[in-house]
Design a protein around this ligand. Structure first.
Ligand code: ADP
Length: 489
C-alpha cells in the first residue's frame, strides 16, 4: 500500500529524477477508453463528453508534468489531442462545427503544451536542486567522516546532525544522530569528570552562539579507567542573515601528546635532580682545594680554580633553571610568602652583581620603601635575572637604571638598559619557554632562554604582570608589577 502511495504521490518522487513514460501512456489511453465507454454506454450520448473530459485532461497534464517532468506532460498532451481528433473524426463533424472543433483543438493544444512545459520544467529544476543539496550533504559527510579529528555538528536545540566515528572512539561511547547534547544526558552516559567538567564543556561546545570556543581542554576517565585528554574548539555556523543555525565542534585527542609531555617533564625533573648532587659536591671540593693552596706559587692555580668555580656556579644556575621549569610544568613551584623590602632586594642584587661587570653603571631610583608580601627568594631571582640580562644584552656597557615606584594599586619595578634592544616581533615571544632571539646578523649570547619564562611564571603566581618596552639598538626596559594587596605596610 505504502509503495503504491509513494508511486502515485508526485511529492514523494521529488528529487528521485525518475521520469516514467509507460505510466502516463497507459493512464491516458485508459482515460480515453473510459471516456468513450462513458459516452456510449452510460450517457448514451456521443456528444456528452464536453467540459468534464477537458477538466480531467487538464488535471492529468498537471499531474503527469509534476510527476514525470516535461516528458510526462507532453505524452499526456499528445494522447489527449489524439483523442480530441478521434472525436472530431468519429462524430462526423462538418461545416462550421468541424472548423470550431479544429480551432478549439489547436487552442487547447497550445495551452496544454505551455502548461506541460512550465510545470515539467519546474519539477525538473526542483529535482536538480534537491539532488545538488543531497550531493553537497554527501560531500560534507564524507569529509567529516575522513577527518582525523572528532567533529560534532549540532542544531540550535543541541541535537546532533553530523558526527564522525572519531568522536565515539575518543569518548568511548556512541552518540547517535539526533542525540541531544545536554549536561544531564551526557552525565548519564558516564563520562567521569576529573580535573574538568567534560559534560559541561561538551554542552557549551554544542550550543556556542556568539563567540567561538577555542581550545578548551577536558580530562576525564573513560569506562574501564583509561584517562583521556581532549581539546575542544567550537564555532557557530551562521546563515546568510548572520543567524546561528548550528554549531560545529572539533575535538582533538591530546592523550598521546600529554603522555609524551609528562615523560619529558619526568625526565627533565630527574635529570636536573641527578645533576644537582655532583655539582654540589664539586663546589664543596673546589672550596676545600682553595683552602689547601698556600704560598706564592699557588696564584696561578688559584686563578684556575676560581674559573672552575665560576663554571660550576653557572652549571648550578642552569640546573636550578631546569628544576624550576619542571616544577612549573608539574604545578609544584610553591611560594614561601614573607614580608620583605623590595628595595632591599634590589640593593642586594646590585651588590651581588657588582663584581660581574666593570663596564656598567647601575643606578637605583627608589620611590617606594614599604615592605611587601611575597616569596623574597623568588623575587630576588627575577631581579637578578633581569639585571643579568640588562648587563648581558648591553655589551658596550653604559648605564642601567633600576626604579621601584608605586602606581595605582601596584608596585612596579623597572630595569632599563641601553643595549641591543628587542624588535616588536620578538617582544611577544621572549617570555615563552626556551625562546631566544637568534637574528642572524646579531651576535649570539649564551643562555637557555628560560630566565624570562621562569620570571613570568613567578610574577603570575604573585598575581602580577611582567612586560617589556624596547627599541632595537636603543635599549630595553623590563617591568614587573605586584598588586598592592600583598603589601601590608
Ligand atoms: P637567556 O638565557 O637566553 O638570556 P631569557 O629568558 O632571560 O633567556 O631571555 C630570552 C631572550 O630575550 C634572550 O635570548 C634575549 O634575546 C632576549 N632578551 C632578554 N633580555 C634582554 C635585554 N635586556 N635586551 C635585549 N634582549 C633581551
Amino acid at each position: 500500500m505504502k509503495k503504491i502511495k509513494s508511486y502515485l504521490n508526485p511529492i514523494e518522487r521529488l528529487g528521485t529524477k525518475q521520469y516514467s513514460i509507460v505510466f502516463p501512456l497507459i493512464a491516458n489511453i485508459a482515460l480515453g477508453i473510459l471516456s468513450e465507454l462513458y459516452t456510449y454506454d452510460i450517457a448514451k450520448d456521443p456528444n456528452s463528453v464536453g467540459m468534464y473530459i477537458i477538466f480531467l485532461n487538464v488535471f492529468f497534464i498537471i499531474y503527469f508534468s509534476f510527476r514525470d517532468g516535461i516528458k510526462g506532460g507532453f505524452i499526456t498532451t499528445g494522447i489527449t489531442i489524439c483523442y480530441y481528433l478521434y472525436i472530431i473524426e468519429t462524430r462526423h463533424y462538418h461545416g462550421s462545427q468541424f472548423t470550431a472543433g479544429i480551432q478549439t483543438t489547436i487552442m487547447l493544444t497550445l495551452i496544454y503544451l505551455l502548461l506541460a512545459a512550465i510545470i515539467g520544467w519546474l519539477k525538473q529544476t526542483i529535482d536538480q536542486l534537491i539532488n545538488r543539496e543531497a550531493d553537497e550533504k554527501k560531500r560534507l559527510q564524507t569529509i567529516i567522516h575522513q577527518l582525523p579529528v572528532g567533529v560534532i555538528i549540532a542544531g540550535n536545540d543541541g541535537k546532533i546532525t553530523h558526527i564522525n566515528p572519531q568522536v565515539d572512539k575518543m569518548l568511548g561511547v556512541k552518540l547517535p544522530l539526533g542525540f541531544k547534547i545536554e549536561r544531564d544526558t551526557l552525565k548519564k552516559i558516564k563520562i567521569d569528570e576529573t580535573k574538568s567538567d567534560p559534560a559541561k564543556t561538551l554542552t557549551i561546545s554544542a550550543l556556542v552562539r556568539n563567540k567561538p570556543m577555542v581550545g578548551q581542554e577536558i580530562t576525564f576517565e573513560r569506562r574501564g579507567g583509561k584517562m583521556k585528554h581532549l581539546q575542544i574548539s567550537a564555532a557557530p555556523i551562521l546563515n546568510t542573515r548572520k543567524q546561528t543555525i548550528a554549531t560545529a565542534s572539533i575535538i582533538t585527542d591530546m592523550t598521546a601528546q600529554k603522555e609524551l609531555e609528562r615523560q619529558k617533564d619526568d625526565f627533565l625533573s630527574m635529570a636536573s635532580h641527578e645533576l644537582k648532587t655532583p655539582i654540589t659536591s664539586m663546589n664543596m671540593f673546589i672550596g676545600l682545594l682553595k683552602k689547601q693552596l698556600k704560598g706564592e706559587d699557588s696564584a696561578k692555580a688559584k686563578y684556575y680554580i676560581d674559573r672552575i668555580h665560576d663554571q660550576a656556579n653557572r652549571l648550578n644556575e642552569l640546573t636550578n633553571d631546569l628544576l624550576d621549569v619542571s616544577r612549573i610544568q608539574t604545578g609544584k613551584l610553591r611560594l614561601h610568602e614573607e614580608e620583605f623590602s623590595l628595595s632591599q632586594v634590589v640593593e642586594d642584587t646590585i651588590e651581588g652583581l657588582k663584581g660581574t661587570t666593570d663596564k656598567h653603571e647601575i643606578k637605583f631610583v627608589n620611590e617606594y620603601n614599604k615592605n611587601i608580601i611575597g616569596d623574597r627568594y623568588r623575587i630576588y631571582q627575577i631581579v637578578v635575572n633581569l639585571v643579568t640580562n640588562a648587563i648581558k644584552y648591553s655589551p658596550d656597557g653604559k648605564k642601567i637604571i633600576i626604579r621601584v615606584r608605586k602606581e595605582n594599586n601596584n608596585v612596579i619595578l623597572s630595569i632599563q638598559d641601553f643595549g641591543i634592544g628587542i624588535s616588536k616581533e620578538q617582544q611577544k615571544k621572549i617570555f615563552k619557554k626556551l625562546y631566544q632571539v637568534t637574528d642572524s646578523d646579531e651576535k649570539t649570547f649564551p643562555g637557555l632562554g628560560l630566565g624570562l619564562y621562569i620570571s613570568k611564571q613567578i610574577v603570575q603566581q604573585h598575581k602580577g604582570k611582567i612586560w617589556v618596552e624596547s627599541k632595537k639598538m636603543k635599549g630595553s626596559t623590563f617591568f614587573f608589577s605586584l598588586p598592592i594587596q600583598t603589601i601590608i605596610r
